[in-house]
Design a protein around this ligand. Sequence first.
Ligand code: FES
Length: 393
Amino acid sequence: MSDTNVPGEPSEASWPEYLSGGSSGHGGHSQGSQAEGSQAEGSQAEGPAAPRRVIGTPPPAAARTMLPAAEGDGGKALARELPAEPDDPARAKKAERLVAACFLLAMLAGLGFLVAYSIIGVGSITSVLHSNLALGGTLSLVFLLLGVGTVIWVRHLMPNVELTEQRHPMRSEPADRAAFKQTFTEGAEASQFVKRPLVRRSLIAATVPLALAPLFLLRDLGPLPALSLDRTVWRKGLRLIVYGTGRPITAAEFSSPGSIISVGPEGYLDNDNDMAKAAVIIIKFRPGQLRFTTANHAVPDKVVENWTIDNIVAYSKICTHLGCPAALYEQTTHHILCPCHQSTFDATQGAKVIFGPATRPLPQLPIGVDSDGFLVATGPFHEPVGPSFWERS
Ligand code: FES
């Protein structure tokens, strides 16, 4: 670019010939432009040509390229790096028509989008469905056709060559660096920031509260969870209430092996905060299917026998990966599946993880029956439920 050019305002000498009127064969552009053409010649003689700006679609044929003629140090034109025309003109013509067809169809699809937006109302669910279908369909078509047209353009019209751009040193020239240093130093002095400590210090003091403000805004995140994430509302004597019916259930009622039911603690089913941690699934097994331990605490790969009743076992429904409800159950394999990231737990082996990103079993809830025969918790969970990071908090 010429040193005298203002960025974005190329000199008259930079216009391509077909704009400045110097090109032959474009009578419409050449009229009344000879004076400008001679002016352009004069400007070009003074210095290197600036990159040319082209407004609108260039005329074909004579001005195939929008780039200025490249010149070497000695004023000689450099050898072309890119071929001006495709190798196979007949094939290129065909591709050109295809590209144009794609772009025109994209334009029609775009108009269809506008029309659909204008005429399809959204007053009912059905009309919303129709509107979404029409808008989504036309918009997808626009992008699809633009993409297809562009791919054909690139593959069949543009040259298939590899160009290497030479890298230049990023470091500025010593003169530029010295000029920047001088400007910076003079600016610092002129601003009086260094010479007037009262202004400087009071400015720093004024910004300190702003820097501390984010710490105070953290309070808006609410109180710290403390131990609330480690515990649930389950405690000894709370009945297991079936989701949906809202009724307690007896061991006798839950008698068919392979069944699974989601339950919650009595009195808390409507409390979303508590239920977020306290949701439980109970599963009925045939005798001999569960792998028991007689220990009175959680044991890897085992179901604590004292925490079951009539081969009914209760597990937390909150996935230990990221907390999704894990309640998909494969009756034949006894696998509990979490739909979010496919963690899989073996219900016969203490809900140990057999697949997926979860790293620890679903905690087992100790259960028994009360004097009326209803299933009840015989104690709280013995470990935190849900994602493992809660446990480490
Ligand atoms: S939340 Fe269950 S697998 Fe991720």
